[in-house]
Design a protein around this ligand. Structure first.
Ligand SMILES: NC(=O)C1=CN([C@@H]2O[C@H](COP(=O)(O)OP(=O)(O)OC[C@H]3O[C@@H](n4cnc5c(N)ncnc54)[C@H](O)[C@@H]3O)[C@@H](O)[C@H]2O)C=CC1
Ligand SMILES: NCC(=O)COP(=O)(O)O
Length: 346
């Protein structure tokens, strides 16, 4: 078989996240299972000590194989070997379970930076990130609210959208990590337009959904009840929806938020645009906590992530569920393949 006739197996860099949380454990569980078999060629960027500790904790049948460059691995995944690029030198004392570590911050940030740099160079087809402890990073000089904004900066992307995607519900956020009191001021026609258009493009190209049905949530109860509970629907959301009617996607709303997510979950819509973080994430985590994936839409690279955080309180207990990570890897592979197909066609 020639290189060009070989099936496309995406190479995926997975970042360790905070080594004091559940990141290394869920990675080890994923690498020890057969669930990634055939889907990709995965490698890790992080602190090898954290992975050896997780292997020992779980008594996993895995061997660590250090690498320097993704091109060193060319085989479709089979359980047994954890290929890892070291991202800094930490000691066991630096990565105590379940509490923030100042010493680990540089390696956490470097692992993300390295994965993005490989993706921009075309050495990997996608990156998957494990959770970081935001407050700890902020306290130690990291100036971004989270991965999303850091990746936006590293890739010089003007606007990105956070989507949480589960099997029956997909939600894009018009605003992300902000105080609730700031949300009405941050919701501008431009932000709404970009969120809707980037979501529509991703539904078409990345998710392969033709003519996607996109529903826009209202901000206020009962979609404002004709102005009685707020004017954002009449003055902002409705005009933006009317200005964006397209023959590529089906856009509608603004809908009462209290019933919209149920309707989308029942299959009436392919994606929902939520106005703020908890409006969108509460419903999706209620129904898809273990199988939703965080996807950054609009980037030139493919990035997915687990939907959960560092879970410090269970770190080191061996009880972390790896399913969101497995879903994130599968979705990254699917998006990478879909992007490749669309670039071949165009
Ligand atoms: N993508 C990322 O980097 C994310 C990072 N975070 C960060 O994580 C830290 C902790 O955030 P929390 O709000 O406490 O959320 P969390 O998701 O870490 O924990 C919430 C609850 O879910 C449980 N949980 C989380 N993941 C689990 C898993 N894989 N298996 C079993 N149980 C699990 C935890 O034990 C806890 O009871 C914060 O610093 C936050 O900023 C939160 C979300 C995403
Ligand atoms: N609540 C979702 C979240 O915090 C993920 O943020 P990011 O690190 O992916 O930007």
């Amino acid at each position: 078989m020639t290189a060009s006739s070989r099936p496309f197996i995406p190479r995926i860099a997975i970042t360790m996240g905070d080594p004091c949380g559940v990141g290394p454990e869920i990675i080890v569980k994923a690498f020890a299972s057969k669930d990634m078999e055939g889907c990709c060629c995965p490698l890790i960027v992080g602190e090898p000590l954290a992975f050896q500790r997780a292997i020992d904790l779980l008594d996993a049948e895995l061997t660590i194989h250090p690498i320097e460059n993704p091109s060193e691995i060319d085989e479709t995944f089979r359980p047994g070997t954890l290929f890892i690029k070291s991202a800094g030198e930490l000691t066991s004392a630096d990565i105590g379970y379940g509490h923030p570590s100042r010493a680990a911050c540089a390696a956490v940030v470097e692992s993300i930076r390295q994965a993005v740099s490989w993706a921009l160079e075309g050495l990997v087809n996608a990156i998957v990130t494990c959770p970081i402890h935001k407050a700890n990073l902020h306290a130690n000089g990291f100036s971004f609210p989270g991965h999303t904004e850091f990746l936006q900066e590293l890739t010089h992307t003007p606007h990105v959208v956070m989507m949480l995607a589960g099997p029956r519900l997909r939600v894009s956020l018009a605003t992300i990590h902000h105080a609730l009191a700031d949300v009405p001021r941050l919701l501008t026609p431009e932000i709404l337009r970009q969120t809707i258009e980037i979501t529509a493009q991703a539904m078409l190209r990345d998710f392969g959904v033709p003519s996607p049905r996109i529903a826009v949530a209202a901000l206020n109860p009962h979609a404002g009840e004709a102005g009685r509970f707020g004017n954002e629907e009449m003055e902002l959301i409705q005009p933006v929806i009317e200005s964006l009617q397209s023959n590529l996607y089906r856009l509608s709303g603004p809908y009462s938020p209290d019933t919209l997510f149920h309707r989308a979950f029942q299959g009436e819509f392919d994606a929902v645009i939520a106005m703020y973080h908890d409006q969108g994430l509460i419903p999706i985590k209620l129904v898809h906590f273990y199988d939703a994936v965080n996807v950054t839409l609009g980037l030139p690279i493919v990035r997915t992530s687990v939907d959960h955080g560092t879970a410090y309180e269970i770190a080191g207990t061996g009880t972390a569920n790896p399913n969101s990570l497995l879903e994130a890897v599968q979705l990254a592979a699917t998006i990478a393949s879909n992007r490749r197909k669309s670039s071949v066609q165009s």
